[in-house]
Design a protein. Structure first.
Length: 202
C-alpha cells in the first residue's frame, strides 16, 4: 500500500498532511496506539529536518507498507540552479551551525549536500563523511538507467562508528529518537533525485 504523495514546501506547508497520511497508513495496517505513535514520531523527525533545509524546491513525502513493514519516503531534486546549490552547500557543512549537530543534523547535512551536488568524492573529503557507505540503488526508480547512483545507510554507519570507536558519533546515535526507533535510514541519490527512506517493521 502506498499513501497519497504529499508535497511539502520550503516553508513547511504540507507537513500536517504528511503526518495525517502517516497515521492513515498505520490505521490501514491495524497498528495499535503505541505503534502508531512511534511511526508518527519517525515522520515528525523526518519532516522536522525541513526547517533547516535551504532551497525553494518542494519535497514529496509518502508512506509505503506491506503487512507490518513500513517505509517513510522524502524525495526531492538533486541538481538545482547555481544559486540554490551554493546555499545548500553552505548550509550542509557539518559542525558549522546548530542545525548540523546531532544524528538528525548529520542526516540533514548529507541530504542537503546531495541535493546540491552528486560529486561523492568531494562530499567525502569536504564534509568528513568518513563512514558514508555509497551503494547502488534500485534501477526501477523513475530516472535514466545510466544515471550514477549512491546511497548511505544508518546500519552501515552504526557498524563503522562502532568499529572506529567514535564516542561522539555513538553518543549522537544513543540520543537520537530516529536511531532508536527506526530499523534503518537510507539516503539515495540517482540522477536528478535524492531520497531519504526510514524503515520500520512492527
Amino acid at each position: 500500500m502506498k499513501t497519497d504523495v504529499i508535497r511539502i514546501s520550503p516553508s513547511g506547508e504540507g507537513i500536517r498532511e504528511a503526518l495525517e497520511e502517516t497515521e492513515k497508513a498505520a490505521a490501514f495496517r491495524g497498528l495499535d496506539p503505541k505503534q502508531t505513535l512511534r511511526l508518527r514520531l519517525l515522520a515528525e523527525e523526518m519532516t522536522g529536518m525541513l526547517q533547516t533545509i535551504v532551497g525553494e524546491t518542494d519535497l514529496r513525502y509518502w508512506v509505503e507498507s506491506e503487512e507490518m513493514r513500513f517505509s517513510l519516503h522524502l524525495a526531492g531534486k538533486a541538481m538545482m540552479d547555481p544559486e540554490t546549490k551554493e546555499a545548500l552547500m553552505k548550509a550542509s557543512t557539518s559542525g558549522k551551525n546548530e542545525a548540523s549537530k546531532g544524528f538528525m543534523g548529520r542526516l540533514r547535512s548529507i541530504f542537503t549536500a546531495l541535493c546540491a551536488t552528486n560529486d561523492v568524492s568531494m562530499l567525502a573529503s569536504q564534509y568528513g563523511y568518513a563512514y558514508v557507505d555509497y551503494i547502488g540503488y534500485d534501477p526501477t526508480m523513475d530516472m535514466s538507467p545510466n544515471a550514477m547512483s549512491y546511497g548511505w545507510s544508518m546500519s552501515a554507519y552504526k557498524d563503522a562508528v562502532e568499529q572506529h570507536k567514535d564516542a561522539e558519533k555513538w553518543d549522537e546515535l544513543e540520543k537520537s529518537i530516529t536511531a532508536k526507533l527506526a530499523d534503518d535510514v537510507k539516503i539515495f541519490i540517482r540522477g536528478s533525485k535524492v531520497e531519504m527512506v526510514i524503515e520500520k517493521t512492527f
